[in-house]
Design a protein around this ligand. Structure first.
Ligand SMILES: [Fe+2]
Ligand SMILES: [Fe+2]
Length: 496
């Protein structure tokens, strides 16, 4: 319980980053801080959570403090932030906050927003709905029309969106496509670099350099900070399904997405990425016939498999890296199959609570394992069922708070989930709204061709309702793992 409290405290820091830093904020900076904090808190917690309730109160408070005219505007121009006409200056204290806000609006194809005076009479529920709408718009292929429609549907009239003026919206959407392409490239480079390191280890080289891997992970972090949605999506799509190192890259990407959401620094994200990338490196010492055995493992084989986390930690010592970084990565590698309640393996008399890296990697690792079509697995879970399976084990196998963050990233129906709709159609999830907001994703309809393959048809929003009856136009009947019908989601979602 003490540990859980520690993590609640950690998550409390998500929006704050470092409370002490903000003491010297001006009122405008305080307003930006409260806006950004609330956007992050509302993403993770429900409306009844103390942090959300307090966040809304603070948001109102700063609106009242700052709005002396009829409106209050956040505007980005030439990478500078303005509140009304006041240009805010970067300093050590504000840099992180300002960068986050500029990126936040940029991902949503906005240059800012204007709150009208009537916002003062909005209900807490409305504020929260707005926060979740603007937050979710960042996950939509066309954020601005989606957000505008959402605000209209909720009758929220106290906010005006400032669309990007310097670049047309199309170029903003093109940016999204470019980010996807970058993520794809990162994926390939990461696979190549880990394969190279594994090869050198097999060749028994004593000190294996990992500078290239570090560079790849640094690039991944740069791109991930800009848009983490694309990384959670690409890792769940299993771009190269049969490839040996796909799992390692997926676990690295998903772990870094969690790290990003709990506000890890760039340096910590790089460490986490490297640790996750090498978490299973110890498997190279296990004979392939055991690693990929389809039938049940005997006791000896099971023991060999269970040694791999220990092997990973041991092999880490052969990598050329500073003693400090090795020390940081060693324990999480050892821990990645230990559960939150310290059961699992290795069966050591391990009484220490798991490290934060260890807990994050174990969540990403389990999700990827449950949804991957590995040769030795008999049954596959669709991504949403995998999350459900993990949710049932929150607090036992997984840190409940970190699992909540993870589910929030993935959405109820993660990207790549195959759905059977009540119209008889098959649909693939292409974008999933966050958990607390809505349960209905954006999907592309698939049509079966004469040769048995599937063709991508139109993209529709399952949140759409019939204006007359108020019922959803299409409902979800069943979910499947796409491979059960031989569907490769990446061909339909990430293809250019
Ligand atoms: Fe493992
Ligand atoms: Fe693993």
């Amino acid at each position: 319980m003490i540990k859980l409290r520690a993590y609640v405290q950690l998550l409390e820091k998500i929006p704050m980053t470092d409370t002490a830093k903000y003491r010297s904020y001006s009122q405008s900076e305080e307003f930006l801080h409260n806006f950004y904090s609330l956007s992050q808190t509302a993403r993770i917690h429900s409306e009844t959570h103390t942090l959300v309730i307090e966040g809304i109160e603070k948001f109102f408070e700063s609106i009242n403090n700052c709005m002396d005219d009829e409106s209050l505007t956040i505007k980005i121009s030439n990478d500078q932030l303005y509140v009304d006409d006041e240009k805010l200056f970067y300093n050590k204290t504000t840099k992180n906050l300002f960068d986050n806000i500029i990126r936040y609006f940029d991902t949503r194809c906005l240059d800012g927003m204007r709150l009208l005076e009537t916002v003062k009479h909005a209900s807490a529920e409305e504020i929260l709905t707005f926060m979740r709408l603007i937050d979710n718009s960042g996950q939509q292929p066309e954020p601005l029309p989606w957000l505008t429609d959402g605000l209209a549907a909720e009758n929220i009239e106290w906010v005006e969106l400032i669309r990007k003026s310097e670049r047309p919206q199309e170029s903003c959407y093109k940016d999204k496509a470019e980010r996807r392409e970058r993520a794809r490239r990162d994926y390939t480079y990461a696979m190549a670099s880990i394969e190279e390191v594994a090869q050198k280890i097999v060749e028994k080289k004593s000190e294996v350099g990992i500078r290239k891997t570090v560079r790849v992970v640094e690039d991944m972090v740069t791109n991930l900070i800009e848009d983490d949605e694309v990384y959670s999506a690409i890792s769940t799509l299993r771009v190269f399904d049969d490839y040996t190192y796909t799992h390692s890259v997926n676990v690295a990407m998903l772990s870094m997405c969690i790290g990003r959401r709990i506000n890890f620094s760039r340096r910590t994200l790089v460490s986490l990425g490297i640790c996750a990338l090498f978490h299973d490196i110890g498997k190279i010492e296990i004979p392939r016939e055991i690693l990929y055995k389809k039938n049940k493992l005997d006791d000896r084989e099971q023991k060999l498999i269970e040694q791999h986390s220990l092997n990973s930690a041991r092999l880490l010592l052969r990598l050329k890296a500073s003693a400090d970084s090795k020390a940081r990565l060693l324990v999480p590698m050892f821990e990645h199959h230990l559960k939150f309640d310290l059961s699992g393996y290795p069966h050591a008399d391990w009484k220490k609570p798991l490290t934060l890296f260890g807990k994050i990697i174990s969540i990403a690792d389990k999700y990827d394992t449950l949804t991957s079509s590995r040769a030795y697995r008999q049954s596959l879970l669709s991504p949403d069922r995998a999350l459900g399976y993990m949710y049932d084990r929150a607090g036992k196998d997984f840190d409940p708070i970190l699992l909540k963050v993870f589910i929030n990233i993935m959405g109820i129906y993660p990207v790549g989930t195959l759905l059977r709709l009540d119209t008889g159609e098959l649909a693939l999830v292409v974008s999933s709204p966050s958990r607390d907001f809505a349960k209905r994703p954006l999907v592309c309809i698939l049509e079966r061709e004469d040769d048995g393959s599937f063709k991508k048809k139109e993209i529709i929003n399952l949140d759409e309702r019939d204006p007359e009856t108020g019922n959803y136009v299409k409902g979800i009947i069943e979910t499947y793992h796409p491979s059960t019908l031989g569907i490769q989601p990446v061909q339909h979602i990430f293809s250019s």
